[in-house]
Design a protein. Sequence first.
Length: 86
Amino acid sequence: MDSFYITVSMEERIKRFHERSKSGNEVTGSDKLLIMDVDKFEKREKIYKKIVLEFFLNTKIIDTTNINQEETIELIINDKNFIKDM
């Protein structure tokens, strides 16, 4: 496996942004774009995904919409290909 591509629905991404900003965590340029121009953010994300999948052919896509950070980590570290490549 070349890499993992971690993604999340736009609704969940916005929800997580609000949770992070309320707790005083850093607001990034991507966060600002997400809030100011969702369409532009989605277009950029599609380009990123296309590039990753084009150059890293064995990429595993992980949708984190319905799972928390700990579950995401578990999926990665327990992935049979990830373990094999270590």
